[in-house]
Design a protein around this ligand. Structure first.
Ligand SMILES: NC(=O)c1ccc[n+]([C@@H]2O[C@H](COP(=O)([O-])OP(=O)(O)OC[C@H]3O[C@@H](n4cnc5c(N)ncnc54)[C@H](OP(=O)(O)O)[C@@H]3O)[C@@H](O)[C@H]2O)c1
Length: 278
């Protein structure tokens, strides 16, 4: 059986963390990487006759880069990798004749991740012209990922939710570790909270795999309607970490909301939450 992207010829603008990774995944799936252009070399990049021009540049640089690239012949399809911007960020390339779109890997790249296995199971947000969406979905499937359309109007909140799911979780772990330090607890407790979170992620994964809502995997006093424990936690926060009360209140209310969506009655917890100072 031939490689899924055999015969596909492409070039990369922006060989940074995302660009170098996606290019390696593409070549591993049989595509041919024709040219790579970093900062300063975009002006001379000519991808005419190729199937794809992949732009993995900082969001703010995309419109000007597309305008510069549009002065030369470019590939049949141009895709950028931003999550917050839609295909119109590279409108200049559309005007010049390419079908334009976006292909956003819903994955954190703190560094290049060249191993093709890194793409397995990753969601790829796709939008743009039909030919661009089609090629974007083909790439995602070839990498073992899951393509899905995220239209322009949904982009800012889709991207915010991604930040919540990745950076937000780590921010919460950092806050948990900070509380442990303030209490003079052993340094190992920070790693302990991380291991706890890992277990919670595993439980959430099992819930989704079993077709249950994610919220069924939430643990803690609010989720189980334990108002007495919540009252003691709030008192401890008021005494020792009042700066964390707004965070605690917002999280508890969101937890209650998520469980109430499942039809649970959390009136006792709601009453307790009403007592937290804003
Ligand atoms: N990092 C993530 O976790 C992640 C995840 C999903 C999507 N994305 C998206 O993917 C895109 C690229 O992100 P990245 O993290 O790969 O960025 P990056 O590692 O900083 O790489 C950006 C690349 O663009 C080049 N570049 C920077 N400014 C430029 C300019 N003004 N004109 C032309 N080229 C320029 C850089 O060249 P130099 O090396 O010379 O600066 C580098 O090759 C962004 O749209 C980002 O939102 C990022």
């Amino acid at each position: 059986m031939s490689a899924p992207l055999a015969g596909l010829r492409f070039s990369l603008a922006g060989p940074g963390k995302v660009g170098s990774s996606l290019a390696r995944w593409a070549t591993a799936a049989g595509a041919e990487l024709v040219a790579v252009a970093g900062r300063g070399a975009l002006e001379n990049l000519d991808t005419g006759g190729q199937d794809l021009l992949l732009l993995a540049l900082p969001d703010a640089a995309l419109p000007a880069a597309a305008a510069a690239l549009a002065r030369r012949p470019q590939a049949a399809v141009a895709l950028h990798t931003s999550g917050s911007l839609d295909a119109s960020a590279i409108e200049a390339l559309r005007q010049a004749g390419s079908a334009v779109g976006s292909l956003h890997p819903l994955k954190a790249f703190p560094e290049p991740l060249p191993e093709a296995a890194e793409a397995h199971g990753v969601f790829f947000a796709v939008d743009g012209d039909p030919a661009a969406r089609e090629l974007a979905a083909r790439l995602a499937v070839a990498w073992g990922g899951v393509p899905g359309e995220v239209p322009p109007a949904a982009r800012p909140l889709y991207h915010f939710a991604a930040t919540l799911a990745a950076g937000g979780v780590v921010t919460l772990l950092a806050a948990a570790g900070e509380m442990g330090r303030r209490l003079g607890l052993p340094e190992a407790v920070a790693r302990g909270y991380l291991e706890l979170a890992r277990g919670a992620m595993a439980a959430a994964t099992r819930a989704l795999d079993a077709g249950r809502p994610l919220a069924t995997a939430i643990t803690g006093p609010v989720a189980r309607g334990d108002a007495a424990t919540l009252r003691r936690q709030i008192a401890a926060l008021q005494a020792s970490a009042p700066d964390k009360l707004p965070l605690a209140r917002a999280l508890a209310r969101e937890t209650a909301h998520q469980r109430e969506e499942l039809g649970e009655d959390l009136a006792a917890v709601r009453e307790e939450l009403g007592g937290i100072e804003p």
